[in-house]
Design a protein around this ligand. Sequence first.
Ligand code: PEP
Ligand code: MG
Length: 588
Amino acid sequence: MNEKTKKNKTLRGIGVSPGVVIAPAFMLMTESVCVVRHKIPKESVFTEIERFEDALIKTRQQILEVQNNLEQNTTMRDASILDAHLMVLDDHVFVDDVIKKVQAQTNVEAAVSEILESYAKMLASVEDEYLRERSADVLDVAKRMINNLTSAMDHSVLDLNHRHIVIAKDLSPSETAGMCKDMVVGFATDVGSPTSHSAVMARALEIPAVVSLRNISEQVSPGDEILIDGNKGVLIINPTEVQMEKYGRLAEARQTIERGLVTLQHKPAETTDGHKITLSANTEGLQEVDSVLRYGAEGVGLFRSEYLFLAIKGGIDEESQTAVYQQVAKRLSPAPVIIRTMDIGGDKLLDGSQFEREANPFLGCRSIRLSLLYPKSFKVQLRSILRASAHGNIKLMYPMISNVNEIIAANKILEEAKSELTAENIPFEKDIEVGIMVEIPAAVMTADVLAEHVSFFSIGTNDLIQYTLAVDRVNERVAYLYEPTHPAVLKMIKETVDAGHRHGIWVGLCGEMAADPVLVPLLLGLGIDELSVSPAAVPMVKDAVRTVGFVQAKELAAESLMCRTGTEVLNLCRHLTSEVAPELLELV
Ligand code: PEP
Ligand code: MG
C-alpha cells in the first residue's frame, strides 16, 4: 500500500503498562495452521523430501534459540527441558516414517502432522506420567515443523530482530514473559484487563501495553506504524506527524515528573504527619531485582514464584529453585523477600497433560489447592524456600487460602520439609515467618480464625475484587463492573485490616489497586501497613504517601466507607489527589 493511502485510526482500550512508544506492527497469530492431505506427483517426491530436511534444520535451529533465550532471560540453569523437542527431531523412526509416507506420494505437511499426532496420541494414553507429558512436546514440535513447512513461521516473538509492537488477539502470561524488551517495545491485544497476568508481566518488564481493543488484530496490517500510550490506553494506527509530536510532548512531560519522583528513592514512605508504612515491590523473577533496588522499594512484598514454573515446561527442580530464591534474598538482604508459593491456575496455565482443563479455572484447582493436591512437588518448593532462607530475610506466603485447614495442611508439609533438612544437615531459618494472601471473601470473613495461624496477611485485591463482585478479572466484557472502590471491596479490606490488628499481625496489600496513586490515601486511611507494587510504580506510590496527611487519609476512608457507590468513592479520592498531588493525575 502506498504511504499516503495508509489508514490513520485512533482506538481506545485499557492502558495496562505505562509509556508512549512508536514502532512497526508485528502480527502475532496464534491459530495453528490447517494441514490438508493431498497426493503429490511421483516426480515431486525428491523435492518434497528436501523440503522436509530443510524444515528439520530450521526447526532445530529455532528450538536451540528458544533454549538459549530461556537460559539468558530466566536465569535458570535448566533449559534442558527443550531437549525432548530436539530428541523428536533426531528420532530416526520419525524421519524414516515421514520419508516412507512421502515416497507413497503424500504431501510432506500431512505426513509430518499425521505421524507426530499419532505419536502424541500414543504417548498421551500411557500410564507413565513422564512419558504422558512428552505428548505435549511432540505436538509442539509438530506445530513448529508445519509452520516452517508452510512458511507461516513468522509467528514467534523470539524470532524478532528489530523493534516492534506486538499485536495479538490475546497473549498468555508465559508468551509475555518470553518477550525480549529490546525487540518488543510494546504490545496491544483485542482482549485483556489490567489485572490479567499478561498485564502484570508487562508492567514487570516495563513494556508499554494497551489491552481490550476489541478487534485490533483485524484492523492492523503488517507494516503499519503503531503508536501506543500505555498510560491512557490509546493506540493509533499510522499516526500523523501532528499526533506523533503531541504524544512525544506528553511522554516528555511525564518523564519529567517521573524523574522528579525517582529522587525519592532513599526517602521513607511516610505521610506529612509522620505515619510510616512499608513500600515493597512485586516481582516475578530474579531479573527484576535491579529495578527493586533502583526504584527504592523496601524489599519484595510478593514474589510470584509460579513464573519459574511457567517459564520452563516440565517445571524447575529443587536446586534451580533454591538458586533463584537464594540470589534474590542475598541481593536484597537485609530487606525482606516474601515468596508466595506457586499460584498456578486461573489465567496462568501450565502446558502438560497432568493438568486437566477446567470449565471455571479461577474457581477450580488453582494455587494452594493444586499445591496440596501434589504434596511432593509442593514439598520441593518449600524445601527450596527454606534452603534459601539461610541466606537472607525470606518470608513464606500461601495464596488463595479459603479456610484454616489449608493453612494447617500446608504447614504440616512445611514441618516435614524442615525435619528432612534438619536430618540432612542443611541450614535454614527455623523461625521463618509464614503469612497468607487474603483474596477470597471467605478468608476475610474468617480472618480472626486465620490470623491465629500466621504472622501476616497480604490482601490480594486482584482476586478479592473478582471473587467479591463475581467479575472475571480477565474478561473485558465485564470490566466496567470491576471496581476497586466498590463499597463491598472497601469493607472487605477494612475487615481484614481490623482482624489482623486485633491479633497483632501486620496487613499488607499487593494487588494492582495499591499501584493506583489516587487510591493510596484511601488504603492508608483504612489502616494498611504495607503496600507492594510493581517496581516502576514505587516512586509514584511513594509520592502519594508522602504528599498526604494520615489524618486526611483517615477522614477520606471514613467518608468513603459511608458512600453508596464505587463512583462516589473514586470521586472523593480524585478530589483529594487533585488537592495534594495534582502531578500524579498526569500519570494515571
Ligand atoms: C492478587 O490477587 O491481588 C495478587 C496480588 O495475586 P495475583 O495477581 O498473582 O493473583
Ligand atoms: Mg491473586
